[in-house]
Write a protein that binds this ligand. Sequence first.
Ligand SMILES: [Zn+2]
Length: 734
Amino acid sequence: MSETPNNLAMQRLTPALSLAAIAALACFALAPSSFAQQTPAPAAAPAPAKSATPPEKPLPGLDLSSMDLSADPCADMYRYACGNFNANHPIPADQADVDPFYVLFNVSTQQLNDILTKAAVPSPARSPDEQKIGDYFSACTNTSAIDAAGLKPIQPLLDEIAALGNTQNHPGFFHNLFHLFRHKSARAQVNRAQLADLIGKLQRINVNAFFSYGEQQDFKDATKQIAFIQQGGLGLPEKDYYLRTGDKDAQIRAQYVAHVAKMLTLAGSSPAQAQRDAANIMTLETALAKASLGVVDMRDPEKTYHLQPVATLTASLPGFDLTAFQDAIHSPHVTEINNATPGFWPELTNQLNTTDIATLQAYLRYQLLTTVARSLPHALDAEDFDFYGRILHGQPEERARWKRCSGFVNTALGEALGKVYVDQYFAGDSKARMVEMVRDIESAMGRDIDQIDWMSPATKLRAREKLAAVANKIGYPDKWRDYSKLAIAPNDALGNQMRADAFENDRQLNKIGKPVDHAEWEMTPPTINAYYDDSMNDINFPAGILQPPFYDRTQDDAVNYGHIGAVIGHELTHGFDDEGRKFDAHGNLDNWWTPEDLKNFTARTDCLADEYSSFTAVDDVHVNGRLTLGENTADNGGLLLAFMAYMQRAKDDHIDLAARRDGFTGPQRFYIAFAQNWCQNTRPEQVRSQVLENPHSPDRFRVNGVIVNQPGFAPAFGCKPNAPMAPAKSCRIW
Ligand SMILES: [Zn+2]
């Protein structure tokens, strides 16, 4: 399945990212962050293309041109800080939205393109890493070679899918008996070991076949790396797409069925057969969706942690040959496993037993085609974009091939590309400044914990202990990943994609049973995003986000604390949001709260959930206050901590807060800079899909939804009591 640039790079327990580690990751932005996970569509650029658009510039730390000074900040801070953003930033046809992340992403894409076009020129002087990133890029942009290869590179897998119902491997007498018997039931029987083996092979190259399987840190013992298995197999983004009522949802389902039929037709089925298969696939996926947990439950580590002996799992998957599957996906034969979604297996077993073989085959064929669509001939790539990009996200046109390919290289070989990127484009001084700001914000959190009046000394002690244990990772890894065992060829886009995915999957599964590597990163250095990891208890800021407007060395502390300071505060607060608070200093799921403190905490999170649920995002679709609770908690706490840290820094450095720059005082600049993290021009389809499936609130609510809860805001702008941005009743957790 393809993902648009606006999907989240790192989301916890996302079936679509089935082979990525399942860790309790929470990240900062929805934005193009997802560098990582871009994909499909048209654009048949010839050979390695040069950048066709003029170079873009990142936005400045304080962007006066985006502000609407006619607006009253006390009435609508988003409009005041971002009111002119849309007029100045129309959404390009190849984007679903535009915001400061996307503007910077486009700059980075140019930089990566420069690195990659150079590396793509064959030369014995290239380092092994340069050969790999260059050849991957070169093959990816060579669409005529991709068109010429057709389906050939996946033909062996298509053949295996086609052979699923064959019984030739039941020889002699039994073979004949089997046939006689089967004739009566008028339906061929799937060969069980063959099916499990095939699902394993497909999942190893990221095909979302029926469920997902991977490696995670044990939630209750973060020193251990274990296997997990969980629900999956859906072609639509999440379960409610199959079940919600309403015209828009019915329309999307009809468009999905038409899309599946089109893909199958393009891959050689007759249109009539493809129509029947697509309708049957919809029935199969709807049954799986009904047995799946929803997006809110999937955020809850207590609901997705059931460590058990493998025998317990296999008992709930009767007839499924787990050993054959594990061999095919290159997993060790573990003795215990996190069965993340126990309620899913009875229905999966039922479907595997009762769905006719032609439907199972068509389903696997479709899942394979959509996974590799970007490396398939143009018609398939374009059809994949048409559904996942245009229909689901409202993006009229696919991005140019060279732009997409730089994202694919970043996904496949992110640390090989990242090493060159950091050498060429990462200003080292931003790292030193970041270290200092992180320290400021961590000590602000310490003071905040000391000051809050709703928590007992015993729980405060544990919170302090957790805060002290947070590890800070800034810029890029100390030790770069070794890709020497991954073969990349200059003219084999599809082979490269499949080998790189298998390589990464093997790397993940190889961790099972081994000690945890605390130096590992879950995001690549060029990524414009940040994350907190519950099991690692660390905050991570890739080089990509340490640039304007998020960090701008030409700006003062007010602006930088408002931008990147709020990002740091956000990640740190994730360790103490509704999910993070369940993990202790060592990254273990462990209740360190007294019942009374937990009651107080929950009352405060309920306040925030209710506040955000009252926001209408698009048409009649409301923000889901429960789905976005962790992110909203992080936004609110993060800004509060950043402001505390800024005020302390100003005091220590004798900065005159009242002194004006660009016409604004220090605190005003702080809040304007913060708000401008989230200026956004978005297509309605994009807002809809974000609200339904993503844990981040739409950007404008990430401004006003937070500002109303900030005690420092009204004094900074002289807001009267009960002004819309200074309500009498507000929510406060941290
Ligand atoms: Zn976050």
